[in-house]
Design a binder for this molecule. Structure first.
Ligand code: NDP
Length: 487
């Protein structure tokens, strides 16, 4: 298992020798100690990425693509090992690591591998006699800071488009979950990525992350994490006016109308919040129910929530694993008290499971809380297996509740009425809206938020756009330009 920094094509210790314990969330045991990058290590990594940039950008685009395609193949060839590593480090149930995280990671690298030689410019119709063409040029060194909730998948969301477009990368995984990103670095090295093109520097946010965000030679910083840290990233970026892309928190509105297919909606709503223990920025954490179906829906939803199998993430029967850190488990549980203080009703969960086999891990029971739209648990991101139920009677009311937070990332609605579905999707203020489904993602479909959920988009041509600069070139083909100064 790799536990050092990956800089300039080699695994190296941190300059100051610092290390961080990586714990298994299922029982709190020590998995390994990793090297902790600090500012000096970040500087080395940025220098390596800067050195590698001209040759990488000049490489034929199809060659860059070929390396990304080979990486996707290597991920598939090592799928089981990566799935086990991700589950061990994050607590993702192995069925999800196998069926979602690993295949989605390979698919994303493959998508951007295929796209590398399809990043086309444009020819602009301008004044007669001139040719104006626009090229998309890489930015340079990209800093990427990723959180602990989907570390493997986020390596592909962040690195795939950046590398395809010809940039080089310094990526800081969360120090809580660095293992799969370090393994990806190893695979990249094996399939032939040149030294310095990708550098992986796990470390603390306030030291390593801060330095990367403020580094004068980094052209863009792409960040996924909390809105509060997102603001700090923007401040740190000011020195060299680097580009910033932010994928921040969410408070996903998931609206169930009274004409919905309730079986599908109940199952889909449970998936929307309980997948990955609710640690997802797009989680459907506000369940907004039409009053006519609310009681029936809740009775069955709570029954389903209680039946979800919590267990060791490496057990194929486990449907929900532990939260990723003890600190985060405590934060999630603190919201149960917040809910109670404001009169919220705990319909199920709200505590750690009583099963002694799970006592050493960071588990939280699936939790369903009924509250009011203005309550803190209906406004703030809990980021756990904690869903806040709200009721509505008219479409307008549903919309007002859905749009009544500072966030705007994922959203969902369940209805059989096609016109209502489109009408509501049009008016929900969110980057993504799922109709009669939830949490669908694809490497081709733009992903990102509005409001306090951030700006910029991952995936698809939108991401490529965000990882390139437009350069406009004017050619005087045979324009007759009258003299500007009559001499
Ligand atoms: P943070 O936003 O603090 O952490 C995300 C990443 O940013 C980590 O790698 C972190 O490193 C790094 N970071 C922290 N401070 C800085 C800084 N000053 N400069 C640069 N990088 C920094 O999230 P938390 O882990 O503290 O989680 C708190 C809450 O954030 C969650 O409860 C959830 O609401 C939200 N969140 C949202 C995510 C999303 O997918 N949008 C993902 C994760 C969290 P380090 O770990 O060392 O602090």
């Amino acid at each position: 298992m790799q536990n050092q920094l990956f800089i300039d094509g080699r695994f190296v210790p941190a300059i100051n020798g610092g290390q961080i314990d990586v714990l298994c969330p299922a029982d709190g045991s020590l998995i390994t100690r990793i090297a902790a990058a600090e500012a000096e290590d970040i500087d080395l990594a940025v220098t390596a990425a800067q050195r590698a940039f001209p040759a990488w950008a000049a490489l034929p685009a199809a060659e860059r693509g070929r390396l990304l395609l080979r990486l996707a193949d290597a991920i598939e060839a090592n799928a089981e090992e990566l799935a086990q590593l991700e589950s061990l480090d994050t607590g993702h149930p192995i069925r999800d690591s196998r069926n979602l995280d690993v295949p989605r990671t390979a698919a994303c690298f493959r998508y951007f591998g295929g796209m590398a030689d399809k990043i086309e410019g444009a020819v602009i119709p301008v004044d007669a006699g001139f040719l104006n063409y626009v090229q998309r040029k890489p930015i340079g060194v990209i800093g990427q800071i990723v959180p602990w909730n989907f570390p493997l998948m986020f390596t592909s969301w962040k690195m795939g488009p950046a590398l395809a477009a010809g940039n080089t990368v310094v990526i800081k995984p969360s120090e809580i979950t660095p293992l799969s990103t370090l393994r990806i670095a190893e695979l990249m090295h094996e399939v032939g990525f040149p030294a310095g093109v990708v550098n992986v520097v796990p470390g603390y946010g306030h030291t390593a992350g801060q330095r990367l965000a403020e580094h004068p030679d980094v052209g863009k910083i792409a960040f996924t994490g909390s809105t509060a840290t997102g603001r700090r990233i923007v401040e740190a970026s000011q020195g060299n006016l680097k580009r910033v892309q932010l994928e921040l928190g969410g408070k996903g509105a998931n609206i169930v109308f009274d004409d919905a297919d309730l079986n599908a909606a109940i199952n889909g709503a449970a998936w929307a919040i309980f997948h990955n223990q609710g640690q997802a920025c797009i989680a459907g954490s506000r369940l907004i129910l039409h009053e006519r179906i609310a009681d029936d829906f809740l009775g069955r939803f709570v029954e389903l929530a209680r039946s979800i199998r919590l267990g060791n993430p490496l057990d194929p029967d486990t449907e929900m694993g532990p939260l990723t850190s003890a600190l985060h488990r405590d934060r999630v549980l603190s919201y149960v008290e917040v809910a109670k203080e404001q009169g919220g009703r705990i319909l199920t969960g709200g505590k750690a499971p009583s099963d002694p086999a799970l006592a050493g891990g960071y588990y939280v029971e699936p939790t369903v809380v009924e509250a009011r739209p203005g309550d803190r648990v209906a406004q703030e991101e809990v980021f756990g297996p904690f869903v806040t139920v709200l009721r509505f009677s008219t479409d307008e009311e549903a919309l007002a509740i859905a749009n009544g937070t500072a966030y705007g990332l994922g959203s969902g609605l369940w209805t059989r009425d096609l016109q209502r579905a489109h009408r509501m999707a049009e008016r929900i203020q969110a980057g993504m809206c799922w109709i009669n489904c939830y949490k669908r993602v694809s490497p081709g479909s733009p992903f990102g938020g509005v409001g306090q959920s951030g700006y910029g988009r991952e995936m698809g041509f939108e991401a490529i756009h965000d990882y390139t600069e437009a350069r406009s070139v004017w050619v005087n083909v045979d324009a007759q330009i009258p003299p500007h100064f009559k001499r």
